[in-house]
Design a protein around this ligand. Structure first.
Ligand SMILES: [Zn+2]
Ligand SMILES: [Zn+2]
Length: 186
């Protein structure tokens, strides 16, 4: 049992960057009680993992301590669902300056068909439809297929509503034909 107690304290110290002493009586007692309840080393590790993931670097950091972790909430901590990092990490890439530059370069240079499949574009497209309404801005048609046409490709990856226009299939074709003509004349 003593070996398990030491391992629990070592594991907690490693995960929390703290220096709890395995020799402290209160700490040993708490851990011993939980072992007597039938919990094993991997249960302790799981609680330490879950709570340090959740609390480290937050206001709750101070509770990453034996009294709190191995006290009467031990079992409910053990059974809590891991918090998803998905939301927290969602915009990480955008806030890192280098990451954002890389993101824009990628968006600008990837093949257009690929670009249309990106999360960024699909999201922006939805926002544009909400903003303009789902109708052609040239002929007011509300036919099912509304294309969000790029007036300019300059701002790929960071479009504003000035860069695009919703068009029905027919108007979209016409615009592209006109643009091609302009290009061949230029
Ligand atoms: Zn277009
Ligand atoms: Zn139209």
């Amino acid at each position: 049992m003593d070996k398990t107690i030491d391992e629990v304290v070592d594991y907690l110290n490693a995960k929390s960057n703290k220096r709890f002493r395995g020799s402290t009586r209160g700490t040993r007692l708490k851990i011993r009680r939980r072992i007597e309840d039938g919990f094993c080393l991997s249960d302790f590790k799981k609680v330490i993992d879950l709570k340090s993931e959740e609390w480290k670097g937050t206001d709750m950091d101070k509770y990453l301590r034996p009294e709190t972790l191995f006290g009467r909430n031990f079992e409910s901590y053990l059974n809590q669902k891991p918090k998803s990092n998905k939301d927290k990490n969602r915009y990480k890439v955008i806030y890192k300056i280098d990451g954002y530059k890389d993101f824009l370069t990628l968006m600008k240079h990837m093949p257009y068909e690929e670009y249309l499949k990106t999360e960024h574009w699909r999201h922006f497209r939805e926002e544009a439809i909400l903003f303009f309404g789902k109708k052609c801005q040239l002929c007011n048609s509300k036919e099912r297929t509304i294309h969000i046409h790029h007036k300019t490709y300059e701002n790929r990856g960071r479009e504003t509503f000035n860069d695009v226009i919703p068009l029905c299939h027919i108007c979209h074709k016409k615009i592209h034909a006109m643009e091609e003509k302009k290009e061949s004349l230029a």
